[in-house]
Write a protein that binds this ligand. Structure first.
Ligand SMILES: [Zn+2]
Length: 389
């Protein structure tokens, strides 16, 4: 049985909350709505395998109890306190409230799904709960009764939940003035929350880049496929430098889609439609043998609220994500990326993972994630990413 991390012998370690902080600096200029604090943790304190359905569900229930307890117990903050807490200048109360309602519903649903095989005597099974508020209260009672052996795990996951909730609330409070993956503008858009339980998709943005070839090789070695959202200008540069055959080999067995021509906000760019159309033309002319999906992922998740008619007319889906690795953050290494994603997968239980193949961290982190999860989750073929749910 594979434990997390598969290569580590230690199953119990000291409390080591690794909340990266002070990351806003230079990174904020490239990721307009990026968080100031990124949620990471060390899941070895859990100490139980995740690579069976039962193991995954038990870890998922436990993680959801901590997350639900944190969400339920969020302090009441007035506007000034919220602005300071989220480090923003304006906030959209309606958007924030809508996200919180949706997140409560998702957490309640996910806990029901994770409880299908619950047995008597398992502390992570708090019984049928009729709504999110009841789940939050039951979670707080269950966690209060935990022994010393899970104190470190609980402390870490609580800090993780607080930091992650802050990340998400910040995006929700900025929406739609700053658009992002936090909400959709219509049925032509999706984030990954719509996928089936325990179904996950891999996506890599911003390439082709320095780590694309090694990332593809790693995926092939593990029998996995991913969708690469490429930038038109990067694809054109690679085509000119290496030719069409090399480009076809680069994405062999994988799926390719559009990230636009340049890495610019498609919400604040007069030529955004030309960016989408030109990139699509180049994809089809440069990669005629490859699997090209009719998807567009806006850089930073930024697109205009009224872009739906254009995308519908072009037969293009706007492909967002719901599991953000934050792998572009300089302070986060491959281990932090892997554990962050694992924790989010336990909480979200489905969806679309966002990485970047212009960095090498996902290539290093994903083998450990695959090993830790074993057969407990499914990684459908990348072509299914374009199948509507
Ligand atoms: Zn990008």
């Amino acid at each position: 049985m594979a434990h997390w991390p598969a290569r580590g012998a230690a199953r119990r370690i000291r409390l080591a909350v690794a909340l990266a902080s002070g990351l806003i600096g230079a990174s904020a200029t490239v990721q307009a709505a990026g968080p100031a604090d990124v949620a990471t943790l060390d899941l070895r304190t859990w100490g139980e395998p995740l690579d069976t359905s039962a193991g995954f569900d038990r870890a998922s229930r436990a993680a959801l109890l901590v997350y639900a307890s944190t969400l339920h117990g969020l302090p009441q903050r007035d506007e000034a306190q919220l602005l300071t807490h989220l480090r923003i200048k304006r906030l959209n109360h309606a958007s924030l409230a809508q996200w919180q309602d949706g997140e409560r519903a998702r957490v309640w649903r996910n806990y029901q799904l994770a409880s299908a095989d619950c047995r008597a005597g398992d502390w992570s099974c708090v019984g049928p709960v009729g709504d999110f508020a009841l789940l939050g209260e039951a979670a707080q009672r269950a966690l209060a009764g935990l022994g010393e052996e899970l104190a470190a795990w609980r402390g870490q996951l609580t800090a993780f939940s607080q930091a992650y909730l802050t990340e998400q609330m910040r995006l929700a409070a900025l929406f739609p003035t700053v658009s992002s993956e936090i909400a959709t503008f219509g049925s032509h858009e999706w984030s990954g929350d719509e996928r089936d339980d325990r179904q996950f998709f891999l996506t890599f943005d911003d390439g082709p880049g320095a780590h694309t070839e090694a990332t593809r090789a790693m995926l092939a070695q593990h029998g996995k496929t991913a969708t690469f959202f490429v930038l038109g200008e990067n694809l054109q540069a690679r085509l000119r430098a290496q030719g069409a055959e090399a480009l076809t080999r680069l994405y062999a067995g994988q799926c390719v889609a559009s990230h636009g021509w340049e890495h610019r906000s498609h919400a604040r760019w007069d030529d955004w439609q030309a960016s989408v159309l030109t990139t699509r033309s180049l994809l089809h002319s440069a990669l005629p043998q490859s699997t090209i999906l009719p998807l567009f992922r806006p850089p930073y998740g930024q697109r205009t609220a009224d872009s739906g008619a254009f995308f519908a007319a072009q037969g293009i889906q706007v492909a967002l994500w719901n599991l953000d690795s934050q792998d572009w953050q300089r302070a986060l290494g491959a281990d932090a990326i892997g554990t962050r994603m694992l924790a989010l997968m336990l909480i979200k239980r489905r969806g679309v993972l966002l990485f970047h193949d212009v960095h090498g961290k996902a290539r290093d982190a994903l083998p450990g994630v695959f090993a830790a999860l074993g057969e407990a989750v499914s990684w459908p073929d990348c072509r299914e990413l374009a199948v509507r749910h």
